[in-house]
Design a protein around this ligand. Structure first.
Ligand SMILES: [Zn+2]
Ligand SMILES: [Zn+2]
Length: 334
């Protein structure tokens, strides 16, 4: 049966939960926001109240100094919103604290995923497949060409290169929230116990992860370390520091970048990346289509990326779907 769902309305600046007058991941300031996760295109400061997981609230406090109106919800906990809407935050497997938000009202169930992936990630619990009537899915990598390799393979490439050229260092560009910590945690899982050196812009977020129980091993500041000390080591920086003056202090760095976009050669060339690592915190094409099959909603709403191909896939598979025209969701976090 086609859901009615007139109580949930996609607007260009966010998804409006009408009976509660709440907005999900709004791109403008609102009285009541429900936030899926801490990336800048979803989490913004300045809302009257912000309901999110404790981890996401901690990230928002660190990044945007928001503390007022913070309303924590643990994974699996259901809260009652005004207008008889129940909201449950479920793991999305994207970054620390990331959640899908399940909304229940008038016998209908709507899930807004935010960003998600299905691959294992040592920094957050896995995506929870949950039945619903309407499934609002991201589509960042919504083209069949996007098929992320296993992360073990990419981490293996990195470690091999490090061992092959012990006079140099490997400088890995990784987004400051999520990607950097996942790469470090995966290096530890692969048995790399040596200290990892950090660009100053990553230090506080790595500490926040550690405070939430994610073991990142021995981390040291790259600033102040001598060239000699950095030889044969891994240095992690935000992508913006890869080619700037900051990196000149490093001993002949092998420039690497961890991103789903490294599948696209031109993107790697643009950034002068010598060692592209295809590591993404978003679902690839196979994960997106499998997730729609497993969740099996009456209707899928597609947003946040390449909507067209996924829309066509749904139509070919006799699945009801529509593309939403939300604005302002540009990834800092691929
Ligand atoms: Zn994100
Ligand atoms: Zn996003």
């Amino acid at each position: 049966m086609t859901p009615n769902a007139s109580w949930i309305r996609p607007e260009p600046w966010g998804i409006h939960v009408v009976p509660s007058d709440c907005w999900i991941d709004p791109s403008r300031e609102v009285p009541h926001a429900l936030v899926t996760h801490g990336h800048a295109d979803h989490a913004r400061g300045g809302h009257g109240t912000t309901t999110a997981t404790p981890e996401t609230l901690a990230i928002m406090e660190l990044r945007y100094q928001t503390r007022e109106g913070a309303q924590p919800v643990a994974y699996g906990e259901t809260i009652r919103l005004p207008g008889n809407v129940d909201a449950t935050y479920l793991p999305a497997g994207h970054i620390l604290g990331s959640a899908q938000i399940l909304l229940e009202h008038a016998g209908e169930r709507v899930i807004v995923t935010g960003d998600y992936k299905r691959r294992p990630d040592p920094t957050c619990p896995p995506f929870a497949v949950t039945p619903c009537d309407i499934f609002v899915t991201e589509a960042t990598f919504g083209l069949p060409v996007f098929c992320h390799p296993p992360i073990e393979q990419e981490i293996g490439k990195l470690l091999k290169r490090l061992a092959d050229e012990p006079e140099r260092c490997v400088l890995v560009g990784a987004y400051a929230l999520g990607k950097a910590q996942r790469v470090i945690a995966e290096l530890r899982r692969a048995g790399h116990t040596a200290p990892i050196y950090l660009h100053g812009a990553l230090e506080r977020m790595c500490r926040l992860y550690e405070e939430h129980g994610i073991d990142l091993g021995v981390l040291r500041p790259a600033t102040g370390a001598t060239k000699e000390a950095l030889r044969g080591h891994i240095v992690v920086s935000p992508p913006g520091a890869l080619n700037d003056r900051w990196s000149r202090r490093l001993p002949d760095p092998i420039t690497a970048m961890a991103s789903g976009w490294m599948r696209v050669r031109q993107r790697a060339r643009q950034r002068n990346v010598e060692l592209p690592l295809i590591i993404s915190d978003h679902a690839d094409w196979g994960e997106l289509t499998r997730t729609i099959e497993e969740v099996n909603p009456a209707e899928s709403w597609i947003t946040h990326g390449r909507e067209e191909a996924l829309l066509r896939w749904c139509q070919l598979h006799q699945r009801k779907a529509r593309a939403l025209a939300l604005v302002g969701y540009e990834d800092e976090d691929d």
